[in-house]
Design a protein around this ligand. Structure first.
Ligand code: SF4
Length: 320
């Protein structure tokens, strides 16, 4: 079979190369909330955030970690014939748990066939004591650690509009702290926030490239009922771009993204239930496939325009 030409650095290839075989993420849902929801930083959270957070496919959070891992492992083993897994602490802000509770949960996830622990959190919920504990775990159990940071956009005006409760500075600070511990960082972005334009998309790619984060996960906005954004949508106050424009934004983003950064996703999956707007009523994989086709047709690839770092003025001619 002819090998597909690489148009971007895919997560599945990266995992296969790193671990020598297929590896799948198993979501873990903890009884945790978020400082942007419980009043510490803000109430109600980001204006798009639903009561259930982001882990709509997760098992209930009263299940023990071993039960969640075991049930998901059985499903994934059967469906994808995988034997190695990443324990993915996905929902809400996992490092918002008290440190002692966090330690217990992480240790519970160190079961057979888990090769990596991935922890999802906010940039303003990273501190040295959590990172030092994770380093200890990494060294003691030879398990990889990665941190997934929700950022959504580098446009700090938009961050304010979506009520993130942090700006770009906290993200940069978190990246610099995590880098001291040499854990991989994945950044989550939404490429079609209503207040962002193409320049923001490019700046997203440039900032992640300049900070040398290792991975990125792209999402299209999905709008859930009974959220602030849901109300804005119903009142006709939001201007959303078309699916075609989203595809173009993803391609632009990839063109400016350092080619070594691993791309976990080009678009997220989202539940249709309770939603007002999800992926233009198209399946996520159809949009993903159309992005691939468009990139191939226009000879686009990740990093095509990533020549702006390392002293651009000295190494680029004016017409580049
Ligand atoms: S940071 Fe995450 S969990 Fe917290 S309110 Fe925003 S989207 Fe929800």
């Amino acid at each position: 079979m002819e090998k597909e030409v690489l148009i971007y650095n895919t997560y599945s290839d990266y995992l296969r190369e790193k671990y020598g075989e297929k590896v799948y993420k198993l979501p873990i849902n903890l009884p945790v909330t978020c400082p942007n929801r419980d009043g510490k930083l803000g109430e109600g959270g980001c204006i798009f955030c639903a009561e259930v957070g982001t882990g709509f496919e997760n098992l209930p959070n009263h299940y023990s970690i071993s039960k969640q891992l075991e049930e998901n492992m059985i499903l994934v083993k059967r469906k994808y014939k995988a034997n190695k897994f990443i324990a993915y602490f996905q929902n809400f802000t996992n490092t918002y748990l008290p440190l002692e509770d966090f330690k217990v949960y992480i240790q519970e996830a160190l079961v057979e066939d888990i090769v990596e622990i991935a922890i999802s959190t906010r940039p303003d919920c990273i501190t040295e004591d959590y990172l030092a504990f994770l380093k200890e775990i990494q060294l003691k159990y030879s398990v990889e650690i990665s941190i997934e940071l929700g950022l959504q956009t580098v446009n700090y005006h938009t961050l304010k509009k979506i009520n993130r409760g942090h700006s770009l500075a906290e993200f940069i600070d978190a990246v610099l702290q995590i880098k001291k511990y040499e854990f991989e960082i994945c950044t989550h972005l939404i490429l079609n926030l209503p207040w962002d334009n193409e320049e923001d998309v490019i700046e997203n790619a440039k900032i992640l490239s300049a900070l040398k984060v290792q991975q990125v996960k792209l999402h299209a906005l999905y709008i859930v009922k009974d959220t602030v954004m849901g109300e804005m949508y119903e009142k006709g106050e939001l201007q959303l771009i078309s699916a075609e424009e989203y595809k173009d934004r993803v391609i632009t983003f990839l063109e400016y993204l350092d080619p070594s950064i691993v791309v976990q996703r080009l678009i997220g999956r989202a539940p249709e239930e309770n939603s007002l707007f999800v992926n233009w009523n198209m399946s996520w994989w159809k949009i993903r496939d159309e992005i691939h086709e468009k990139m191939r047709a226009s000879n686009n690839y990740q990093g095509k325009k990533a020549y702006y770092l390392g002293g651009k003025a000295l190494h680029c001619s004016r017409n580049v």
